[in-house]
Ligand binder design. Structure first.
Ligand SMILES: *[C@@H]1O[C@H](CO)[C@@H](O)[C@H](O)[C@H]1NC(C)=O
Ligand SMILES: *[C@@H]1O[C@H](CO)[C@@H](O)[C@H](O)[C@H]1NC(C)=O
Ligand SMILES: *[C@@H]1O[C@H](CO)[C@@H](O)[C@H](O)[C@H]1NC(C)=O
Length: 357
């Protein structure tokens, strides 16, 4: 027994050292931060790549004369071009990254779909849609594969939540400019959630929704972040602004018409058939300024309800349904810091977003 205890002690020490080594290295390499030149943090949102088998997978909804020369490789070329043009600090993929039904092998399909993000060396994060699990991997398997890829900040689930529905619920902090007073604080918070695929409740038809376990995690995380932000050092007055990313729009996306949104609405809002209450949960938390979803490829509008902007990205992938003549597109979100009197950078002054194609 004594020997076993000693052995276990040795193992424990080794693991502890490994933990310190890698945790510190990761923190150094991966901490998201506002850029010190422009005081900006730029996020590229890519929704619905619907990637399948690459060159063999045809495009949908392009003009007939474009069909012969169009495949998933056009999606790859498009993302490369947008990354070069927009120079994002983070790329966020909001689900239906692959179109599982047409993907022979989920892992290869994901490797190809995310390859431009991986090779750009820009950090990236992804959540699941309702089609990612339709190939050779389960939702858990898909998310585990994503988490194992290079340059991603995606996480399987928060380590502190013992029970949580779905895969790919996590948050990321964007710290202030290096050397500024907010260098060690999260000046912008990003939440990522798994909005599920389809209802598993027989009496409720349709798409999935964000469950109470996920909302509880969100509430706790939001309140911990608020506490850290308003406490010393450099105590701030209110919570830091936050943005939320997931796949399936909330029922509240249907609250707008052309008099109060910007962008276009060319199809209905395919939310779950029940209201999970997540919108209300976010309003009550008080930090979320905008929600970014995908799912309805022909909608790219943003509207504001009770202080929260609800935004679609518009469909990105060429193997996703779309509309011939209406460009595949993505959303850019740019958060800008205030310049302080001393010429340094302060807290977030504005968050702007626009379509890019
Ligand atoms: C797809 O890519 C090919 C090869 O670059 C190009 O010739 C074609 O015009 C693209 N199709 C569309 C619809 O953009
Ligand atoms: C942030 O943390 C670093 C490293 O611990 C420290 O050197 C620096 O003074 C801190 N800056 C602020 C503004 O708290
Ligand atoms: C948008 O305007 C319509 C009337 O045109 C109104 O019914 C709706 O409540 C408005 N939505 C919001 C969020 O203000």
């Amino acid at each position: 027994m004594g020997v076993l205890a000693k052995k276990m002690g040795a193992v424990a020490v080794v693991m502890w050292v490994a933990f310190i080594c890698c945790h510190a290295a990761e923190a150094g390499r991966r901490q998201l931060r506002f850029d010190g030149k422009r005081g900006e943090f730029r996020i590229l949102q890519v929704a619905d790549m619907h990637y399948a088998d690459g060159k063999r997978t045809p495009c949908e909804d392009v003009f007939p004369q474009q069909m012969a020369s169009c495949s998933d490789l056009n999606t790859t070329a498009f993302i490369r071009r947008v990354i070069l043009a927009e120079k994002p600090d983070l790329i966020v993929f909001t689900g239906d990254n692959i179109f599982g039904f047409d993907a022979t092998d989920a892992a290869s399909s994901m490797d190809a779909a995310f390859a431009p993000a991986v090779s750009s060396n820009i950090p990236w994060a992804a959540v699941l849609g309702n089609h990612d699990q339709e190939s050779t991997l389960s939702r858990e398997g898909v998310m585990k594969h994503i988490v194992s890829m290079k340059n991603t900040l995606s996480q399987l689930n928060p380590p502190e939540a013992h029970v949580i529905d779905g895969y790919g619920n996590y948050n990321l902090e964007v710290h202030g400019v290096e050397g500024s007073s907010l260098a060690n604080k999260s000046a912008l918070n990003l939440y990522f959630l798994d909005s599920g695929d389809y209802s598993t409740v027989p009496s409720i038809p349709g798409y999935g929704w964000i469950k109470p376990s996920q909302q509880l995690w969100f509430e706790r995380t939001s309140s911990n972040l608020r506490r850290a932000y308003v406490n010393k050092p450099e105590p701030q007055k209110g919570p830091a602004p936050a943005l939320t990313f997931f796949h399936i729009p909330l029922p509240e996306f249907a609250s707008f018409d052309s008099s109060n949104f910007t962008g276009v609405k060319q199809e209905g809002i395919s939310s779950a058939s029940v209201n999970s209450g997540f919108f209300t949960t976010m309003v009550a938390a008080g930090d979320v300024k905008a929600v970014f979803t995908g799912h309805d490829h022909l909608n790219d509008f943003c509207g504001e309800l009770t202080g929260i902007h609800l935004c679609y990205a518009g469909g990105f992938g060429y193997h996703a349904y779309g509309k011939a003549g209406w460009s595949r597109r993505a959303r850019m979100v740019v958060a800008s810091l205030e310049k302080t009197e001393k010429g340094s950078w302060g807290t977030v002054k504005s968050i702007k977003n626009m379509e890019t194609s």
